[in-house]
Design a protein around this ligand. Structure first.
Ligand SMILES: NC(=O)c1ccc[n+]([C@@H]2O[C@H](COP(=O)([O-])OP(=O)(O)OC[C@H]3O[C@@H](n4cnc5c(N)ncnc54)[C@H](O)[C@@H]3O)[C@@H](O)[C@H]2O)c1
Length: 252
């Protein structure tokens, strides 16, 4: 598999180039509007229109505003597209859906492969344990994070809600809340210091607890997840996929 990196000079773009090199994936071109000089081990260009060669897949870690240009390029060249950028509008999400009728597209706001595995394990545990166990999610992030709870905590909750109908999230608890309701999934956000990201899903039963935890130590894991997603995507027909599909494919 060979790839083009969109947003190649950004934090994630550079991390992805390193991860690609470590995994033996060839980067044939990098695209970044901030290009001033050739600083990479592969050719860099400023816009998609200047890409000089074909690739199996483009991995995008640029900005949401770049979507139209990317989709045009990918549709014209029939190149698979891994979209890792966050912050798309509803209109852009519809454009992605429409384009995926012609090319394979994988989109994910959390490309950590481990988090996808955690979501599948949590869903399986919820299915097996049923409603006799109280489910509580605790997520921790650095003190600069602007939103709570994390989108990933919501994704984990949704994965378990899908398995066990009738559950609904309860965000934090304060005051005279009374007994815990049987249909609650508690979601709690801890903020402090420089924590890269931690998600814990706890199943609390009668005299026993099962805790599943994922800890992100740095951004390299998102780059590795994007590469795994790309490897899955190049084998797929046109359609819209998630990294969760790639994990399910591996688990079988
Ligand atoms: N899905 C995930 O798991 C995941 C993980 C980390 C970051 N992200 C997302 O990836 C994106 C990039 O994050 P970052 O921290 O690397 O940001 P960054 O600002 O460091 O990098 C973005 C790069 O894109 C370039 N760029 C801007 N407009 C462009 C265009 N039109 N064409 C090509 N390049 C363009 C910028 O010059 C910059 O170098 C953000 O949306 C972030 O939320 C997603």
């Amino acid at each position: 598999m060979n790839i083009i990196i969109s947003g190649a000079l950004g934090r994630m773009g550079k991390t992805l180039a390193e991860a690609a090199k470590a995994s033996g994936t060839e980067v044939v071109c990098g695209v970044d509007t901030a290009l001033r000089e050739q600083t990479a081990e592969f050719p860099l260009v400023k816009t998609c229109e200047q890409i000089p060669c074909q690739a199996d897949v483009i991995i995008d870690f640029s900005v949401a505003e770049n979507l139209n240009t990317l989709l045009n390029y990918a549709l014209q060249t029939k190149t698979a597209l891994v979209l890792c950028v966050t912050g798309y509008s509803d209109r852009q999400l519809r454009d992605i859906q429409e384009a995926s009728r012609q090319i394979p597209i994988l989109r994910g706001a959390n490309m950590s492969f481990g988090i996808q595995v955690l979501a599948q394990l949590a869903a399986a545990a919820a299915r097996i344990l049923g409603k006799d166990y109280d489910i509580e999610i605790v997520e921790k992030h650095h003190n600069k994070k602007a939103d709570s709870p994390s989108g990933t905590a919501l994704m984990l909750s949704a994965a378990m809600q899908k398995e066990l109908g009738g559950l609904s999230p309860v965000f934090g608890r304060h005051g005279k809340t009374g007994e815990r309701g049987a249909n609650e999934i508690g979601i709690h956000a801890v903020r402090g210091g420089t924590v890269s990201g931690e998600h814990e899903v706890g199943f609390y039963g009668d005299a026993e607890e099962i805790i599943l935890t994922h800890r992100a130590e740095n951004r390299a894991l998102f780059a590795r997840g994007a590469l795994r997603g790309a490897a899955f995507l190049v084998e797929q027909p046109p359609g819209l996929y998630t990294l969760g599909d790639a994990v399910a494919d591996l688990i079988g």
